[in-house]
Write a protein that binds this ligand. Structure first.
Ligand code: ADP
Ligand code: MG
Length: 858
C-alpha cells in the first residue's frame, strides 16, 4: 500500500469492506469508480473509462458520474444485477484537516432499491430471506412501503409457491442450498440471490436485533412465539438491513406474522395459467385479470388490489364485509365518483413516508404530501356513518395530520424546485434571518441596476451592461465600438468576439456581499427543509397506515367501478361447498372480444352430485375458456368481488388448481411431461372436496395411449376425492368415464358443421362431442384443399383400424370399440324428436344422415 496516495489508501480501505459492491466514491461533485469497478461500470453505463495517478506514477482505471444526477446510473447498475455502495464525504471539505473523512452510507441492492423511477408503481417489491429446513421460515421486507412480515410454511413446495406469488427482487439464503436455488431460479428467472453466512439466520440473533432496534424483548408480543424458523429468517433480514441501509431501522415497524394458509392457495402453475397479474405471452399486466379489475386511482390502491388477487380470502365474514362495502359504493354512485376524484390527487404516501425516513425525499415530495393531506378531510366526509363496517373502520384508520399539514403549508412555497439545496423553497415569514438576507439580496440587485445607470452616465456608453456569470462573477460589459470610452479604473477580465468585460473594486465588493448572502440563504433553506422532512419522518408509521387505508378504499372503489361498468353481480358465497355459475363470462376475454360477442355459459358442480365435468369438443371450440372463466369467477368471489355472471353461488374453497397440458405450455427446461406429471401428483396429494381443479388437456406430452391412460386414472382419482373438477380433453375415449362413475358428466362445446366447415357456437351443452373435428379446423386454418382431402381419407382408414384396438383397460375390459365411427350419426338421430319434425325437416335430416354415413368411411 506504500506507494498509494493517502486518498487511494482511504479508497482501498473502504473498498476492502465492500468487495461485492461497485463503490461510488464521492470526490467533489462526482462519484468516482476505480480499478475493476471502473472497468465494469464504464461498459455497462456507456461512459468514458479514463485513468488517474494513484501515487508513485501508477495510473489506475477510473470513471465517474455526476453526484447530483447519479440515480439513472445507479438504476442501470442495479438492474444489471450489481450492488452499489454509496460512499460520501462526511465532513465539509473546507473544514477538513487533511483528507476528508468518507463513509459508505448505504449499499443499494436489488431488494433494497428505492428509486421511484425504477419501482413499478403498482407492485410491491420484496427482499426475502429464506431459512430452509423441514418447515421453512420466510421473512419479507418491502422497504419502500415499510412492510415487514414473517411466516413459516409446511413444506418446501409451499415455500416455492409463496415466493412465486410474491415475486421478490432479492432472496437471502444461507450457503449450500443449491437445489433450492435452482428451483427458485427456474420459477423466478429475474431474482437476485445473496448468499449470507449461516450465523445470520439465527433465532438468537433475531431476538437480539428485535430488542435492539424495536425494543421488543419477547417476540411472543409480536405473535412470533412459535416461529423459530421464521425468526431465523428475520435475523438475516435485519442483519442485511443494518449493513446496507442502517438508517432504515430507525423508523421501521417490527415484523408481523402472516399465514398463507388463511388465504386460498394458489400454487405456481395456477397463478401462471390463470394469468392473474401478468399474461403468459410477454409477462406484462395486459390481458391479465388485474388489467380488467384495476381502475384504482392511487399507487397504494393498485398494490392493494394486486395483493387481493394473489391472496383471495377464505373467511366468509371478511368476504361478506367486502361485498357489503361494494354494495354501498355501487348504490352511492355519486359519493363514489367524488371519492375517486379526490383519490386521483393523492400521492404515494406509503413510499413517501419511507423516503422521508431515509432522508431521500426532496422538496417536491413534501409538496405532494401537503396536497394529499389537504384531501384527507374530504375523503373522511365522503364516507358517512351509515357506511358498512369495513369502510367505516378504514375511515377511522386515516390519522389526523392537521398539525403537520399546517406546518407544511406555512413553511413551503406553492411551487418548489426539485433540489433542496438551491433555495427557493421557504415562504417569507418563516425565519427572520432568512427574510433579512433576502432583503439584502434584493436591495443589492436594485443597487446593481443603479451602478449600471450611473456608469452609463459617467462613461457616456449607452449600451454598457452589468452581468453575471458563474466563472467570473459580476462584470461590466462594453462592446468593441465603445472601448475608447472605457475609464481607467476598469480592470479587464475577459475578451469576447465583439465585447470586453471588466470589473471594478466596487463591483467586487458587491459581489462578495451578494454571494455570501446567497450561500447563507441556501444553507438556511436547506436546514429548514431538513427539519420539516424530519417532522414528516417522525410520523412515517402513521403515514403508512393511512396510506394502506386509502389503498383499501381505492381498491374497493375500483371493484365497485368494474362491477358497475361491466355488469357484474354479487355472488352468494356459502360455507357449503359446490359451485353454480349461471351465464358466467370470462372477465378478460369478454373485454377483448367485440362488444356482445362473448357467449356466456352455465356451470354447476356439487360434491355429492355432478362433480367432474368432462368437456370435449374440437380445437378452438371454447373449452379452455370455460375452464378458466370458472376458476376466475371462483377466485373473484373469494376476493369479495362481484363476478361476471347472471348469478352465482360459490361454496368456500381451499385451493384452486389449474393445469394446462404440457404441449400447451411454454417449456421451462425440464421435460415438459415430467413437469406435467409432477404437477398432477401435487394435485392428487392435496385436492379435497373443497378444491376446484381445472385440468386442461392433461396427458398430452406422451404417446396417445399413455396419455389417455394417465388422464383416465387421474380423473378417477379426483372423482374419488370429491374435488370439484373441470376436465377438458381431446381424448374422446374418456367420455366413457361417465358411464361408470356417478359424479362424472359429459359436456361438449357446441359446434355446427356447415358445408364441411365448422361453425363455433361456444355453448356448453350436455353430452360428449360427436367427434374431434380436427380436419375441419385444419381446413378453417387454411391448409390446402388437396391436403385436407387426403387427411380425410387417412382419417377414415385410421378410424377403421382403430375398431380393432381394444381400449386401455384400467379395471376391466370394455366391450365398446375405441372409436365408434357411427357415433355422430347415432347422436344426431337421437337428438331429434320425430313427432316434432315437419316433412321438410325430415327430408333434410335424411340427407344429413346420409352425408354423415358417407363421411364416417363405412
Ligand atoms: P379450446 O380450448 O376449445 O381449443 P379456447 O377456449 O382456447 O378453445 O377458445 C378459442 C377461441 O374461441 C378463444 O380465443 C375465443 O376467441 C373464442 N371463444 C372461446 N369461448 C368463447 C365464448 N364463450 N364466446 C365467444 N368466443 C369464445
Ligand atoms: Mg384449449
Amino acid at each position: 500500500m506504500q506507494k498509494f496516495t493517502p486518498m487511494f489508501r482511504q479508497y482501498l480501505e473502504i473498498k476492502r469492506r465492500y468487495p461485492e459492491a461497485i463503490l461510488f466514491f464521492r470526490l467533489g461533485d462526482f462519484y468516482e469508480m476505480f480499478f475493476e469497478d471502473a472497468e465494469k461500470a464504464a461498459g455497462i453505463l456507456g461512459i468514458a473509462l479514463t485513468s488517474r495517478d494513484a501515487g508513485g506514477g501508477r495510473r489506475v482505471p477510473m470513471c465517474g458520474v455526476p453526484a447530483a444526477n447519479a440515480t439513472p446510473y445507479i438504476r442501470k447498475l442495479v438492474e444489471s444485477g450489481y450492488r452499489v455502495a454509496i460512499c460520501e464525504q462526511v465532513e465539509d471539505p473546507r473544514e477538513a484537516k487533511g483528507l476528508v473523512r468518507r463513509e459508505v452510507l448505504r449499499v443499494i441492492t436489488p431488494g433494497l432499491f428505492l428509486d421511484p423511477e425504477a419501482l413499478p408503481e403498482k407492485e410491491a417489491c420484496y427482499l426475502a430471506a429464506v431459512f430452509p429446513g423441514r418447515r421453512p421460515g420466510l421473512a419479507l421486507l418491502d422497504l419502500s412501503a415499510g412492510d415487514f412480515r414473517v411466516t413459516e410454511l409446511p413444506e418446501r413446495e409451499d415455500l416455492l409457491n409463496e415466493l412465486f406469488r410474491l415475486e421478490p427482487r432479492e432472496i437471502l439464503l444461507p450457503p449450500g442450498n443449491e437445489p433450492l436455488k435452482k428451483s427458485l431460479a427456474e420459477i423466478l428467472p429475474r431474482v437476485a440471490f445473496s448468499e449470507r453466512p449461516s450465523g445470520e439466520f439465527s433465532e438468537a440473533r433475531a431476538r437480539e436485533l428485535l430488542a435492539r432496534h424495536f425494543g421488543v424483548h419477547d417476540p411472543a408480543g409480536l405473535g412470533l412465539a412459535e416461529m423459530s424458523a421464521g425468526l431465523a429468517a428475520v435475523g438475516a433480514v435485519l442483519t442485511y438491513l443494518s449493513e446496507n441501509e442502517p438508517g432504515a431501522l430507525e423508523r421501521l415497524a417490527p415484523p408481523r406474522p402472516y399465514f398463507p394458509g388463511n388465504y386460498l392457495v394458489l400454487d405456481e402453475p395456477t397463478k401462471r395459467n390463470l394469468e392473474l397479474v401478468r399474461n403468459q405471452l410477454d409477462g406484462t399486466v395486459r390481458h391479465s385479470l388485474l388489467w380488467v379489475l384495476d381502475q384504482t386511482r392511487t399507487p397504494m390502491g393498485g398494490r392493494t388490489l394486486r395483493s387481493w388477487i394473489l391472496y383471495p380470502l377464505r373467511d366468509l365474514s371478511a368476504i361478506r364485509q367486502r361485498q357489503a362495502s361494494l354494495r354501498f359504493l355501487l348504490e352511492e354512485a355519486e359519493r363514489r365518483r367524488r371519492l375517486r376524484e379526490v383519490l386521483s390527487r393523492v400521492t404515494d404516501l406509503e413510499r413517501l413516508a419511507t423516503r422521508c425516513a431515509l432522508r431521500l425525499a426532496g422538496p417536491r415530495d413534501l409538496v405532494a404530501l401537503r396536497e394529499t393531506l389537504k384531501r384527507l378531510p374530504e375523503i373522511r366526509e365522503s364516507l358517512p356513518p351509515e357506511a358498512p363496517g369495513r369502510l367505516r373502520a378504514l375511515v377511522q384508520e386515516l390519522a389526523d395530520f392537521g398539525e403537520l399539514l399546517r406546518r407544511l403549508e406555512e413553511t413551503l412555497l406553492e411551487e418548489v424546485p426539485a433540489s433542496p439545496k438551491e433555495g427557493g423553497l421557504v415562504r417569507p415569514g418563516v425565519h427572520p434571518e432568512l427574510d433579512e438576507l433576502r432583503d439584502l439580496k434584493e436591495n443589492a440587485l436594485r443597487y446593481l441596476s443603479e451602478i449600471e445607470s450611473r456608469e452609463r452616465a459617467r462613461t457616456g456608453i449607452p449600451n454598457l451592461r452589468v452581468g453575471f456569470n458563474r466563472v467570473f462573477g459580476y462584470y461590466i460589459e462594453v462592446t468593441k465600438s465603445h472601448l475608447a470610452r472605457v475609464p481607467r479604473d476598469y480592470i479587464r477580465k475577459q475578451t469576447l468576439a465583439n465585447a470586453e468585460r471588466f470589473i471594478t473594486p466596487e463591483l467586487k465588493e458587491f459581489e462578495a456581499r451578494v454571494l455570501s448572502a446567497e450561500e447563507r440563504i441556501q444553507a438556511l433553506e436547506y436546514e429548514i427543509f431538513v427539519g420539516l422532512r424530519e417532522e414528516v419522518a417522525e410520523r412515517a408509521e402513521e403515514l403508512r397506515q393511512t396510506a394502506r387505508a386509502l389503498g383499501e378504499i381505492d381498491a374497493l372503489c375500483s371493484l365497485a367501478e368494474v362491477a358497475e361498468k361491466y355488469g357484474y353481480v354479487c355472488p352468494e358465497v356459502t360455507e357449503a361447498p359446490g359451485i353454480e355459475i349461471v351465464e358466467g363470462r370470462h372477465p378478460v376475454l369478454e373485454r377483448v372480444l367485440p362488444y356482445g360477442s362473448f357467449v356466456p355459459n352455465t356451470v354447476r358442480l356439487e360434491p355429492e352430485g355432478e362433480r367432474l365435468l368432462l368437456i370435449t369438443g374440437p380445437n378452438m371450440a371454447g373449452k379452455s375458456t370455460i375452464l378458466r372463466q370458472t376458476a376466475l369467477i371462483v377466485l373473484l368471489a373469494h376476493m369479495g368481488s362481484f363476478v361476471p355472471a347472471a348469478s352465482a353461488r360459490i361454496g368456500l374453497c381451499d385451493r384452486i388448481f389449474s393445469r394446462i397440458g404440457a404441449s400447451d405450455e411454454l417449456s421451462r427446461g425440464r421435460s415438459t411431461f415430467m413437469v406435467e406429471m409432477a404437477e398432477c401428483a401435487n394435485i392428487l396429494r392435496n385436492a379435497t372436496e373443497r378444491s376446484l381443479v381445472i385440468l386442461d388437456e392433461i396427458g398430452r406430452g406422451t404417446s396417445t395411449y399413455d396419455g389417455l391412460a394417465i388422464a383416465w386414472a387421474v380423473a378417477e382419482h379426483l372423482h374419488g376425492l370429491r374435488a370439484l373438477t373441470l376436465l377438458a380433453t381431446h381424448y374422446h375415449e374418456l367420455t366413457r368415464l361417465a358411464e361408470e362413475l356417478p359424479g362424472v358428466k359429459n359436456y361438449n362445446v357446441a359446434v355446427k358443421s356447415w358445408r364441411d366447415q365448422v361453425v363455433f357456437l361456444y355453448r356448453l351443452q350436455p353430452g360428449p362431442a360427436s367427434r374431434s373435428y380436427g380436419v375441419e379446423v385444419a381446413a378453417l386454418a387454411g391448409l390446402p384443399p388437396e391436403v385436407i382431402a387426403r387427411a380425410r381419407e387417412i382419417l377414415s382408414t385410421l378410424e377403421r383400424k382403430a375398431l380393432e384396438v381394444r381400449p386401455p383397460a384400467p379395471e376391466r375390459p370394455r366391450q365398446l370399440p375405441l372409436f365408434d365411427p357411427l357415433l355422430p350419426l347415432k347422436e344426431r338421430l337421437l337428438s331429434v324428436d320425430p313427432e316434432e319434425l315437419t316433412p321438410r325437416e325430415a327430408l333434410n335430416l335424411i340427407f344429413e344422415l346420409r352425408a354423415l354415413l358417407l363421411k364416417s368411411g363405412l
